[in-house]
Design a protein around this ligand. Structure first.
Ligand code: MN
Length: 417
């Protein structure tokens, strides 16, 4: 996509420094699809552009994206990614802020280089993270919705539902009006529209199911998710091609399996696949979420650095990852299922400067009880290095498994502030 100089854009985006997951992808696609088809009377521009906030090459390290897109007859090269924006060094002149309006989904603060240029132009948000107070209270015709939900896509579905219903019923009546076209071989508008609706509904449903463990996770499911899933399934039913062999539990399993299918990725990609970074004071904190246990990561590291033991190889790779990003504290959170089916978490925290070490030790005190932190031992022994003055490292089992990065990162930031 090349942008003419006077392009006016409404950009729906899941922004920098943070990981783009399935929820981010489907939130922006759904919002842009519905709003571009039903712009408000005073819309800044009728075209809403969903930007997937990663380089195009990074789509391929997310097997679940490819799987979900295939259900909507989409391929990775159809997505608009960071590669389609002008180069950051000249973006301000090529895409002047006053010609843009930004709507954030699945996060609520525009950061990084784009944030420094465009944050004044953020005029709408739908999100389920803690409100950072960066989006203005009055967002005019665009929403300002920040509330708890298992999936941000549920909130987008809910917000768009009445516009979407209006869209579907007008397609139906125009389909009826053009009914005579069927005989002449012209495809029925309403059937096409029902198919597109069902496909985008299936995309959205994938995120909601993944984020709420097929609506079974008591900690995560909210009324928004239940409502949205039901609403989207009704859209599926309207298109027999999509609904005929649809089974919710099977669909959830398929997407979830794709998400965990990271065995073929190099360790570095596994660590950056679901990675978030914050600046706290002048110090950088990064946290990777990984869907495999630390033992798996150690084996992976050993495959890549065969002359080292698996602990050494793993630690070297992790340290390198942190150095590349100039992190003072780096955390890795893993999730996995035990042999008898229990959901489990591990947490690694590594600090790289004396100051950060103080913060990391403080974290281990303030968070120990809430997170249920217990000493960890792998088959290759401990990975702790608690004596170090400059560096400090600790690995735990996190027994309070309901706490995801949404809770752990704020605790780390609190200890650093
Ligand atoms: Mn989300």
């Amino acid at each position: 996509m090349s942008l003419p100089a006077r392009t006016i854009l409404s950009i729906v985006i899941r922004m920098l420094n943070s990981c783009v997951d399935l929820d981010s992808l489907t939130s922006s696609l759904l919002y842009a699809y519905i709003r571009s088809t039903t712009p408000t009377p005073n819309a800044f521009t009728p075209l809403y552009i969903p930007i997937t906030n990663i380089p195009a090459a990074d789509v391929d390290i997310r097997p679940e994206f490819l799987k979900v897109l295939s259900h909507a007859n989409l391929e990775s090269h159809h997505l608009i990614t960071l590669d389609d924006l002008p180069d950051l060094s000249s973006i301000e002149s090529q895409l002047p802020p006053h010609n843009t309006k930004w709507i954030l989904v699945d996060h609520n603060a525009l950061q990084g280089t784009l944030g420094s240029i465009y944050s004044e132009r953020v005029q709408g948000v739908i999100d389920h993270h803690e409100d950072e107070g960066k989006v203005p209270t009055d967002t005019g015709d665009e929403p300002r919705i920040i509330t708890k939900a298992g999936s941000c896509t549920s909130l987008v579905t809910e917000y768009c539902s009445s516009a979407w219903d209006g869209l579907s019923s007008s397609a139906q009546s125009s389909g009826a009006a053009h009914g005579q076209d069927d005989a002449s071989g012209v495809v029925d508008d309403s059937a096409v529209s029902a198919l597109w609706d069902a496909q985008i509904a299936k995309l959205a449903l994938a995120s909601i199911l993944v984020d709420t463990a097929n609506l079974q996770s008591k900690e995560k499911v909210t009324d928004h998710d239940v409502y949205a899933a039901k609403y989207l399934e009704a859209k599926l039913t309207a298109a027999p091609q999509v609904s005929k062999d649809f089974d919710r539990a099977k669909f959830y399993k398929e997407i979830n399996a794709a998400k965990k299918d990271i065995g073929s990725l190099p360790l570095r990609d596994i660590l950056r696949k679901d990675y978030k970074q914050w600046m706290e004071g002048k110090r950088n904190l990064g946290v990777s979420s990984v869907v495999k246990p630390i033992e798996f990561l150690q084996e992976k590291a050993k495959e890549e650095l065969q002359d080292k033991s698996k602990q050494e190889a793993f630690l070297a790779a992790v340290e390198h990852f942190a150095q590349e990003r100039n992190l003072q504290i780096y955390g890795i959170m893993t999730t996995s299922t035990s042999a008898n089916g229990d959901f489990q978490r591990e947490l690694l925290v590594w600090s790289f400067t004396p100051e950060a070490t103080q913060a990391a030790k403080k974290f281990s005190q303030i968070a120990a009880q809430e997170l249920g932190l217990e000493d960890w031992q792998g088959s290759g022994g401990s990975l702790d290095d608690v004596e170090g003055e400059k560096q400090w490292r600790k690995v735990w089992r996190q027994r309070e498994v309901q706490h995801s990065r949404k809770r752990v990162a704020p605790l780390l930031r609190q200890a650093m502030s």
